[in-house]
Design a protein around this ligand. Structure first.
Ligand code: PMP
Length: 388
């Protein structure tokens, strides 16, 4: 273990984690440094500290205790779990939903059940690691298409169609978390329809952000009800933790009876479940957070470009600041932290060697003053690192 760890350190690939000392806020205590502007949290809307979400968690401890006592299928399904499933299904305009312990558990548990021997999975090359791990657990054949290339997707579908597969399953992220670009879900749905394929979209970075009322990427493209599996997470815009799949009642029954991560691992504690319910309700009743997130995002993106930064193909609150070589991205991130801005470098092997970047994630709770301060820090750090 030490040898392998040392080799990671020698390649500069080891994680050096900074701790939050206190709540997840856009101005936080990071590793003892006060008042740092946080541009790397997935708590897009600030719901992790919303008073209604916190109160729901505290109340659930009093009414339901600290733990659930079991896995869901045995004695670990509480009324709160079922209420959360009804709440998220209603929010997603879906017939039914099933909640998992995390988004990772949803992908790793359901994908290998949806496609097995005699099936084929067609996957975008930049899909999230939890999808990749889910796909690794299947006996299905795998085909990969170039990122967001609908032409290549169609070629893969044609290839698959020529063979006697039982099922063709297309899987894609909705919003891609390294570039902040989005999948052409309307085109995917159209192609799937003409080749009789099933569509599975990971909406982890879409809900609370994209679509009407933050309902996600399917709503954004007006294809609600046409995506067979909408998978999501409560760990990002909802500000808590947990995963879910939403779709038909058949999907829920199937996923519940087959997903090993759901069947064999303990269920969420009451506080988590109640906090998730409250977070969905806040999103339904307080759309102002989504509007603020987009206002901040558009301002930040525009000003970064004005300064001369390349923000890639981003069209969402995930905005990369392209740096080129890894060393530049790392130097820039360190300088930014020194200037009171926390934004992480994304380098090889997470992205190609010459595509290193600082990934920023915007937040509804940042003020214009915070953003202007962050922009000034980007200008200074960008010049110092040779990015500008
Ligand atoms: N899919 C995507 C696209 C993600 O970004 C993430 C979180 N990193 C996940 C799935 C996993 O979600 P969770 O944090 O709920 O396990």
């Amino acid at each position: 273990m030490r040898q392998e760890y040392d080799s990671l350190v020698a390649q500069d690939l080891d994680w050096r984690i900074k701790e939050l000392r206190g709540p997840s806020l856009p101005r936080a205590n990071v590793a003892g440094k006060e008042n740092v502007i946080v541009l790397c949290s997935n708590n897009y809307l600030g719901l992790a500290t919303h008073p209604k979400v916190k109160a729901a968690a505290a109340r659930a401890v009093r009414t339901h205790g600290a733990g659930s006592g079991s896995v869901r299928p045995i004695a670990g399904t509480m009324d709160l779990h079922e209420e959360l499933e009804r709440t998220i299904a209603h929010f997603k305009h879906a017939e039914a939903a099933l909640v998992y312990q995390s988004g990772f558990a949803a992908n790793a548990g359901l994908i290998p059940q949806l496609a097995g021997d005699g099936d084929v999975i067609i996957s975008d090359e930049l899909n999230h690691g939890s999808i990749i791990d889910g796909v690794r657990l299947t006996r299905a054949e795998r085909l990969v298409y170039k990122h967001n290339s609908m032409g290549e997707l169609e070629s893969r579908l044609r290839e698959a169609d020529a063979k006697p597969y039982r099922r063709i399953l297309i899987i894609s992220d909705g919003v891609f978390s390294m570039d902040g670009d989005i999948a052409q879900v309307d085109e995917i749905v159209k192609l799937a329809d003409s080749y009789g394929a099933m569509v599975y979209i990971d909406d982890a970075h879409g809900e609370g952000v994209m679509g009407e009322g933050g309902r996600g990427i399917a709503s954004h493209f007006k294809v609600e009800g046409k995506v067979h599996v909408e998978m999501g997470t409560f760990s990002k815009a909802f500000g808590v933790v947990g995963g879910y799949v939403a779709g038909s009642a058949d999907l829920r029954r199937f996923a519940l009876n087959k997903s090993r991560t759901w069947l064999l691992s303990g269920s969420h504690p009451p506080a988590t479940t109640a906090a998730c319910i409250a977070a969905v309700r806040v999103l339904e009743t307080e759309p102002k957070w989504i509007l603020r997130l987009w206002k901040n995002t558009e301002y930040f993106r525009k000003q970064l470009r004005k300064l001369g930064f390349d923000t890639g193909n981003s069209v969402t609150p995930i905005i990369p600041v392209m740096c080129g070589e890894s060393s530049k991205a790392k130097a820039m991130s360190e300088r930014l932290f020194g200037l009171g801005v926390w934004a992480l470098p994304i380098v090889f092997p997470m992205v190609a060697k010459d595509k290193a970047r600082i990934r920023t994630i915007n937040n509804a709770k940042l003020t214009r003053k915070d953003i202007n301060e962050a922009l000034a820090a980007f200008e200074t750090a960008g010049k110092a690192a040779g990015v500008l």
